[in-house]
Design a protein around this ligand. Structure first.
Ligand code: ATP
Ligand code: MG
Length: 425
């Protein structure tokens, strides 16, 4: 029996994890600058949390959740997204009582969706997201968008398109909903079975349907833009002004509706416009969710956030040919020849490491030549060679791999020497 990674998942090997660490560091730095703090919630939650928040009519809830019953007969679901868990935690931990509002949080971690695997679409993927909960100031909408754009810029991406829209408030949504039902009802038989259920429950979802996207009635559907009331229009304008002031380019797309039910007012997506990017170009999606905390039993706490997957960020970096910072090289490779030398070498290795010096040695008893080759492959700056003669004199032969110069120095001076050389570089 041979085993493989489950479909839609992947192993990240050391050459890849290095890139992930680079990107994760950018994420942490940007969040620090914007004063967002990390939150970590469990990988699974009560199934009902997602049903109520993400929405019964969404693809995520209907087709994509990994739901299971535990031994205590509870229905649990591997989280398909991060917003609902964060808002659950916000309510449960009474963060609405914190003196500084909004509470600004970020997370990175695996999400799970049973989807068809393709480039940029996995069943386990890692999302980085932020949530600012407890304010309905349009300036925070612009801040959240600016943060997402900054992450991409810091990662070296320049071929980006930001698209924004307003979904309005409940009043506009209801007026628009009535218009959509009138528009689709006479011909609803021409649509897929999901859309038939969506018609009454949430006709906005029909516009986002992947099966019926080419149906002419989708293009001619009444636009939400015409149903925005005065307050929603003013809010949307304010967001745009703040974005403009920050020098952030954007396009307004009245057809942008997001895949989750809980959004209102601001919705946005960031796309890659780079060639060599496949069918999927959306890197990031987000929006405002003013009723979400109440929906799950909390007080009114308007919020806004976004999520992006690290997988798609890395694909975009690859498409734009962004090069990664080089992995840190090895400071010292210890070459010990013979049993006595091995003991001295192992001890030196330990001392180097406890002084914060990156060091390694051979553990397969290879010849000098093979060990030198290893030192080259590992891009060691120095090799410390110890043979019987060196053991007898309590010295090591320290060779610089850059200029190939070497000198014998006393064993207990090696650390000092390496630290000094490190400073000179
Ligand atoms: P899509 O339209 O591509 O299915 P979505 O609307 O389902 O995206 P969201 O739920 O808003 O996506 O998630 C936000 C971001 O998470 C996406 O923009 C994308 O970067 C990423 N993402 C979503 N699903 C996947 C997946 N299966 N694999 C990798 N990344 C994903
Ligand atoms: Mg999706």
């Amino acid at each position: 029996m041979r085993f493989k990674v489950p479909r839609g998942t992947q192993d990240l090997l050391p050459t890849e994890t290095w890139k992930w660490q680079c990107v994760e560091e950018i994420v942490r730095d940007v969040c620090d600058v914007y004063r967002y703090k990390e939150i970590r919630t469990p990988i699974f939650e009560q199934t009902e949390l997602f049903q109520r928040t993400v929405g019964d009519t969404t693809d995520i809830v209907q087709k994509e959740m990994y739901t299971f019953t535990d031994r205590g007969n509870r229905s649990l679901t591997l989280r398909p997204e991060g917003t609902a868990p964060v808002v659950r935690s916000f309510v449960e931990n009474k963060m609405f009582g914190y003196p500084d509002q909004p509470v600004k949080l970020y997370y990175t971690g695996p999400m799970f969706r049973y989807e068809r695997q393709q480039a940029g679409r996995y069943r386990q993927f890692v999302q980085f997201g932020v949530e600012a909960i407890g304010s309905n100031d349009p300036a925070i909408d612009a801040e959240v968008i600016a943060l997402a754009m900054d992450v991409y810029k810091r990662a070296g991406l320049s071929k980006l398109k930001l698209v924004i829209n307003s979904l309005g408030d409940t009043e506009c949504r209801n007026a628009h909903k009535t218009a959509l039902i009138e528009h689709f009802e006479p011909s609803i038989d021409e649509f897929c079975s999901d859309c038939k259920t969506r018609l009454e429950k949430n006709p906005l979802r029909i516009l986002d349907c992947k099966v019926d996207s080419e149906h002419p009635l989708i293009a001619s559907a009444p636009s939400l833009a015409h149903y925005l009331n005065e307050e929603s229009t003013a809010y949307f304008e304010a967001v745009q002004n703040y974005l403009g002031d920050a020098g952030i380019d954007y396009e307004v797309d009245a057809n942008l509706v997001r895949g989750l039910d809980y959004y209102n007012h601001t919705a946005f997506e960031i796309m890659s416009t780079s060639d060599g990017f496949g069918a999927i170009t959306t890197l990031c999606g987000g929006g405002r969710y003013n009723g979400l905390a109440e929906e799950i039993g909390g007080p009114s706490a308007p919020g806004i956030g976004f999520a992006m997957s690290i997988e798609r960020l890395l694909l975009a970096m690859e498409a734009e040919g962004v090069s990664f910072e080089e992995e840190p090289s090895l400071d010292v490779y210890v070459i010990a020849l013979g049993d006595d030398a091995k003991r001295v070498g192992a001890k030196l290795l330990h001392t180097l490491r406890t002084n914060g010096i990156r060091a390694d040695m051979d553990y397969t008893n290879r010849k000098m030549k093979a060990q030198m080759k290893s030192a080259d492959r590992l891009k060691a700056n120095y090799v410390a060679i110890i043979g019987d003669e060196e053991v007898a004199d309590d010295v090591v032969m320290l060779r610089s791999m850059r200029d190939r110069e070497q000198e014998k120095i006393s064993t207990n001076e090696v650390v000092q020497k390496i630290l000094e050389k490190g400073k000179e570089d």
